[in-house]
Ligand binder design. Structure first.
Ligand code: ADP
Ligand code: MG
Length: 793
């Protein structure tokens, strides 16, 4: 009804002919208020004409740019336009006018007339066909719902566009309102203007709105696609940030740590397999509560991974001259051994593929095995780490514990690598012979794997759970003896034997190395202390009975400590003398005991060889009333027991020759005892010593205590070769014995050891009779003839 009222009013007042204003880039709709700039004279005249009459004009869009110079025909303008009233006019100083117009009704041009220089048109008013409410309602709803969609998706024309619209009911007003917001081209506007019915208009408006929002949505999609295509890392970053926020909220703020780990992982030089495993563990840590046991385990693990020198490698210095200098600097003597080490370095020089046998230094404690290893590392310029296998029984010590184990750790090798800080250190496997085995597996089998260049390239430690390359590591082993090392392991080793040191060696070592070292360690100045040759000799003789210099080193250190204390306490230097040495080192342990060197019946000096070097091994024999039994005590092994039996049998078989009544054997038991009963002893080399002791007991003749002897005895009386002679001779010297009786068949091996044979008398024997001739001095007088070597040997 509003509509019809309006229409009526229009119909009343609208003249048939109106001045025309062509609009260039806008289509004006009825009810729309629009400002227009008019510059064209002819059009201005038309406006002025209108103002004098009905104040009405006809607005019609130009199909293309028109100026008044060209003839304007119906072809240049659309036919349907809008009748409008002029609301206001402003003259612009530069010429031209600005008018504000309001659309009143639609009209169609019937005729264009151009007279009096005014462009006029004969117009017929057009009314929009009204449609019934039922047809319009869905259109209105559609429009409102699009408007709402625009609002919720944030593409509305203005913030209250949809609110205003939602309150409107009148289709015409709705149309006017929306049209005033749409940005339309002239063509689009014209098309809407020419709509025949309300229904058609609303339908078109709906289409445009729909299009508007589709365009907006597509734009949004393009934008979000662009966002999606941000790389995955960025996405992960966002996620992690979110997770961080959540964790912070929960008070579990350990994310800096995790971030750092990811960062560290990026620069960790490892294979993809290892990287994946580590990544897995980090994300696991991320997902576990930071204070949980599991997190601690994972954290420890990751700490290990990051601490390992995956690609840190030092460069070898393979210069032989340099190596020789270092070895000579650090160690006195050991010429042969140093030569072999230099040979070994030369091989490494030539074989760049890293192949090298594994050196194993074998010898008594304190002879410099470990410290030689250290020197080799120094001369090669390699990092150094030491693994002590003493008492290792559990395979996991080598291969590592599984991580499920509480307090699990990597094996010793991975530990050593971490400590060394390079992937090609020199690792000293100390006390390889002390490795054990029990129910927890066989560590020496694991050792084989570690030392095998074929396998150790991908050494798998249970704790790490990923392989580590040990192939660049240089292994050097040490052992006191090779006997207890399993055969396959022994095959891998190139053993170099070190023997004990003589007194002179020890004094030199002390003077040039041990004292200097102790001075440094105790913070003294070199001339703060003087330890003379005599004192050294005294200390070695009275306080030590060792093959090496370990005890000596300790004693020297003790003297230096005393000196340091005296300097600090009373600013006085001590001068150590043989008289006051006991004040500092305690009472002498190995006094020159006269009785030790006295001849006794039934006591014979044997020489034993143990992993700790050579030793004097006294063997005692006594006769007791009895029935001819043999009694053996002192923890003797089977071989030693047998050799005792053999000795007694030999004595019995040759009883008459030795002047012993055969009855004696029947009426007596013979007891052979080897003191130091707590230490197990074995081996055949005490054969001649036992026979001497037994014969002495049987005959009552004392044995010359200046002799020490070693040699296996067979039933024909021949003296068979034995092992460890060097050590044994050194032991005899240490114990101030003057003569050593040894198997002739061992003579060759000492050909080049003049140093060892100095200051001692070595008697090479082939037959037991020669032994007896020396130790029972009376024997010489009794028997003039040479022993029956030829007959038996
Ligand atoms: N020939 C030597 N020259 C200098 N010092 C030595 C010599 N032999 C051993 N030492 C020193 O004696 C100490 C014990 O040596 P070490 O290497 O521990 O013996 P091992 O490993 O054979 O038991 C070390 O301080 C070492 O430097
Ligand atoms: Mg050692």
């Amino acid at each position: 009804m509003n509509n019809s009222l309006l229409n009526q009013k229009k119909q009343e007042t609208i003249p048939e002919t109106l001045p025309v204003i062509p609009t260039m880039d806008v289509v004006v709709f009825p009810n729309m208020i629009v400002p227009l700039l008019v510059l064209d004279e002819k059009i201005i005249k038309g406006v002025n004409h209108a103002l004098q009459e009905s104040k009405m004009i006809f607005l019609v869009a130009a199909k293309e740019y028109v100026d008044s110079q060209g003839a304007i025909g119906t072809n240049d303008l659309y036919q349907v336009g809008t009748i409008a009233t002029i609301m206001r006019l402003i003259k612009i100083p530069e010429g031209g006018i600005k008018i504000l117009v309001q659309g009143v009704a639609k009209g169609i041009v019937l005729d264009l007339v151009s007279d009096n220089d005014i462009l006029q048109a004969r117009i017929e008013q057009l009314a929009l066909e009204t449609s019934d409410a039922e047809t319009l309602l869905p259109q209105i709803r559609n429009i409102k719902s699009v408007a709402e969609r625009m609002a919720t998706s944030g593409h509305s024309f203005s913030p209250d566009f949809h609110i205003i619209l939602s309150k409107m009911q009148d289709p015409e007003k709705i149309a006017d309102f929306v049209l005033s917001h749409l940005t339309l081209t002239v063509e689009q506007g014209q098309q809407l203007l020419e709509s025949k019915s309300q229904n058609e208009l609303l339908e078109s408006i709906y289409q445009y709105l729909n299009q508007e929002i589709r365009v907006a949505e597509i734009q949004e999609k393009i934008r979000s696609n662009a966002r999606e295509s941000m790389n995955k890392a960025q996405k992960e970053y966002y996620l992690r940030e979110q997770l961080k926020a959540i964790k912070q909220e929960l008070g579990e703020d350990d994310l800096e740590e995790i971030d750092e780990m990811y960062e560290k992982l990026d620069s960790l030089p490892v294979s993809d397999d290892v990287r994946n495993e580590v990544k897995r563990q980090i994300s696991r840590l991320e997902r576990t509560a930071p204070d949980s046991l599991e997190a601690t385990v994972t954290r420890n693990y990751l700490e290990w991974i990051f601490a390992l020198p995956w690609d840190k490698e030092t460069e070898d210095n393979l210069e032989i001259k340099h190596a020789k200098e270092i070895l000579d600097q650090d160690h006195f003597g050991l010429k042969d051994i140093k030569d072999r080490i230099l040979d070994f370095i030369s091989i490494r020089n030539l074989r760049k593929d890293g192949y090298a046998p594994i050196l194993c230094f074998v010898g008594p404690p304190g002879t410099g095995k470990t410290s030689l290893g250290k020197s080799i590392a120094k001369s090669l310029g390699r990092k150094y780490a030491r693994i002590s296998l003493g008492g290792v029984k559990d395979e996991a010590e080598i291969r590592g514990h599984r991580r499920t184990y509480v307090g699990a750790m990597p094996g010793r090798f991975i530990q050593a690598i971490r400590k060394a800080g390079s992937n090609n250190p020199l690792i000293i496997i100390d006390e390889l012979d002390k490795i054990g085995s029990d129910f927890r597996g066989d560590p020496s089998a694991a050792m084989l794997e570690v030392l095998d260049p074929q396998q150790n390239k991908t050494f798998y430690d249970n704790y790490l759970g990923v392989p580590f390359d040990l192939s660049k590591v240089m292994f050097i082993a040490t052992a006191n003896s090779l006997d207890t090392i399993s055969a396959p392991l022994r095959d891998r080793l190139e053993s170099i034997e070190l023997s004990g040191y003589s007194l002179e060696d020890k004094i030199e070592i002390a003077k040039h190395h041990l004292i200097t070292k102790a001075i440094e360690e105790t913070g003294l100045q070199p001339d703060d202390i003087e330890i003379t040759h005599d004192i050294l000799q005294d200390i070695i003789g009275s306080y030590t009975r060792e093959s090496g210099v370990r005890q000596l080193e300790r004693l020297i250190h003790k003297l230096c400590s005393k000196e340091a204390r005296s300097l600090v306490e009373s600013n006085k230097k001590i001068s150590f003398t043989q008289d006051n040495i006991e004040n500092y080192l305690g009472p002498r342990k190995f006094m020159e005991d006269e009785t030790d060197h006295q001849d006794h019946v039934g006591i014979s000096n044997g020489l034993a060889w143990t992993a700790y070097g050579g030793e004097i091994l006294k063997i005692e024999a006594v006769l007791m009333n009895g029935t001819g039994k043999l009694l053996l005590t002192g923890q003797l092994g089977d071989v030693m027991k047998e050799s005792a039996q053999a000795a007694v049998s030999y004595a019995r078989a040759h009883a008459t020759r030795f002047g012993v009544d055969n009855e004696t054997f029947k009426k007596h038991d013979i007891h052979i005892h080897v003191p130091a009963g707590a230490i197990p002893k074995d081996g055949p080399s005490a054969g001649i010593t036992m026979l001497t002791a037994v014969l002495s007991a049987l005959t009552g003749k004392p044995i010359n205590a200046q002799y020490a002897m070693t040699g296996e005895l067979n039933l024909r009386g021949e003296v068979m070769p034995i092992g460890g002679l060097k050590e044994k001779i050194l032991a005899a010297k240490r114990n101030n014995l003057k003569h050593v009786i040894a198997p002739y068949k061992n003579k060759n091996e000492l050909k080049n050891e003049q140093e060892i044979m100095k200051d001692i008398d070595i008697i090479w024997v082939q037959h037991i009779d020669e032994v007896l001739e020396h130790v029972f001095e009376q024997e010489k007088k009794i028997k003039k003839s040479k022993p029956k070597v030829a007959a038996t040997g």
